[in-house]
Design a protein around this ligand. Structure first.
Ligand code: FAD
Length: 411
């Protein structure tokens, strides 16, 4: 008997029709669940993946529809009670009912929260002026793509992944780009200094002006109504558009208001269960104890949104899932594909395979003689082997690891 057939009279409600929510809905049907599935999403689009929004969709190389999780016909076949453009406003856990912005309610047997996050905005003076953009949705990408024209000037506030991908795409369209970052290195929160240095070299080499350790004091407009970024040290940057890429905020308010345990995200266990056994959560909004990192965290990644969305759906059907994927993240900038496996810890020992000054190398982080994380640009093949070393927890010889004459398959 399939996992879902015992639940045919049940209703499972999914809040958030993004990547995790879309995968959860699809998985419920794949597992044989024949009950009712409501998918409530405040965007008007079919469930979609966001990575192309800062890359091919932003540049115009791919249409927005290419990022949908599945073709509209396949989506319709899932036979969902789909509510596009509808916001879930509250959860009545006692009555097991979800309240909607349409003033309706939907009863649930199981509820899966896949509410993701929203772009973090700033409350600095002038933050609401015209010409300032954030990037999280298809609609954001459509608006921003209109200003990517040769000769336009863009200031990107925030040297994290989204900011750098936007910078790369904008440069490819002939836009003059300045990146303003408060920290003294790029992607400081997520990568070690060696990768930050590589990213600085990459972007400088493509003509991006990097201003590191530079704070923004606010925004004004010039006589033509174009934005001006005022820096904390008094300098001013006139431009045609500002992209604020300063991270995201998890959409966990609906869970907090319902009394579910939250702490910078909705707390779940490895079976994706929240503090209420009938409610599960997955994707960017979920925080759990990641065994690979040795701490509680949220993973803002394509891989996690898909795998945790699937895991939450199976768990809702009573399957004993254990969601503990080795964290994997990638970024595409210019012609570079950079990948990261695992979580680097400053106390780990760094081992370099190849030349940090080149366009392809692998940087390992070792805990004694075990690889805990591996990352690098244009090194997908070596990184696949590195992944196996991390997952198998095999002991390695750091000198052999650094020796490019010894194949990764022989480590
Ligand atoms: P989301 O995709 O945010 O979906 C959540 C959905 O729920 C949204 O539609 C939201 O509007 C909706 N919602 C929220 N609250 C409610 C409510 N109360 N009622 C109804 N609907 C609600 N990851 C990588 O690994 N590699 C990359 O290269 C990469 N590039 C990225 C580029 C961009 C521009 C962005 C924004 C993200 C990128 N990511 C990348 C991260 C990845 O896309 C996210 O981790 C993933 O989208 C998370 O999926 P999710 O379903 O958890 O959340």
């Amino acid at each position: 008997m399939s996992a879902g057939s015992a639940h045919e009279a049940e209703t499972i409600v999914i809040v958030g029709a993004g990547q995790a929510g879309g995968w959860a809905a699809q998985t419920l049907r794949q597992e044989g669940f024949t009950g009712s599935i409501a998918l409530v999403g405040d965007e008007r689009h079919y469930p979609y993946e966001r990575p192309p929004l800062s890359k091919a969709v932003l540049s115009g190389a791919a249409p927005a529809g290419s990022t949908f999780l599945m073709k509209p016909e396949a989506f319709e076949k899932l036979d969902l009670d789909w509510r596009p453009g509808v916001r879930a406003t509250s959860i009545d856990r006692e009555a097991r009912q979800l309240r909607l912005s349409t003033d309706e309610g939907i009863g649930y047997d199981k509820l899966i929260l896949c509410t993701g996050g929203r772009a973090r905005t700033t409350n600095l003076p002038g933050a609401d002026l015209a010409g300032l953009f954030t990037l999280r949705t298809i609609d954001d990408a459509a608006a921003l793509s209109k200003v990517l024209m040769p000769g336009k000037r863009m200031v990107v506030v925030g040297g994290g992944w989204i900011g750098l991908e936007v910078a790369a795409t904008a440069r490819s369209k002939g836009v003059e780009v300045t990146v303003v970052e408060l920290m003294t290195r790029l992607c400081e929160r997520t990568v070690p200094p060696e990768i930050s240095r590589y990213l600085s070299r990459l972007h400088s080499g493509h003509g991006v002006r990097l201003m590191l350790g530079a704070g923004v004091a606010g925004f004004t407009s010039n006589a033509e109504g174009l934005p001006v970024v005022a820096l904390a040290d008094g300098r001013e940057l006139s431009c045609d558009a500002v992209v604020v890429g300063i991270g995201m905020i998890p959409n966990d308010a609906i869970a907090r208001d319902a009394g579910l345990a939250c702490d910078g995200g909705i707390l779940v266990d490895a079976r994706c269960r929240t503090s209420d056994p009938r409610i599960l959560a997955a994707g960017d909004v979920a925080a759990w104890h990641c065994e690979w990192a040795g701490r509680r965290m949220r993973l803002e990644s394509w891989q996690n949104a898909q795998e945790q969305g699937i895991a939450a759906a199976r768990s809702a059907l009573g399957v004993e899932v254990v969601h503990q994927p080795l964290p994997w993240f990638w970024s595409d900038q210019y012609d570079v594909n950079l990948q990261i496996y695992g979580i680097a810890d400053p106390f780990h020992r760094a081992v370099v395979r190849g030349d940090l000054e080149s366009d392809s190398f692998v940087l390992f982080y070792l805990d004694e003689d075990r690889v805990r994380s591996a990352m690098g640009p244009n090194a997908a093949r070596d990184l696949r082997f590195a992944r196996r070393l991390i997952e198998s927890r095999k002991r390695v010889d750091p000198q052999r690891l650094a020796d490019t004459s010894i194949a990764m398959s022989k480590q």
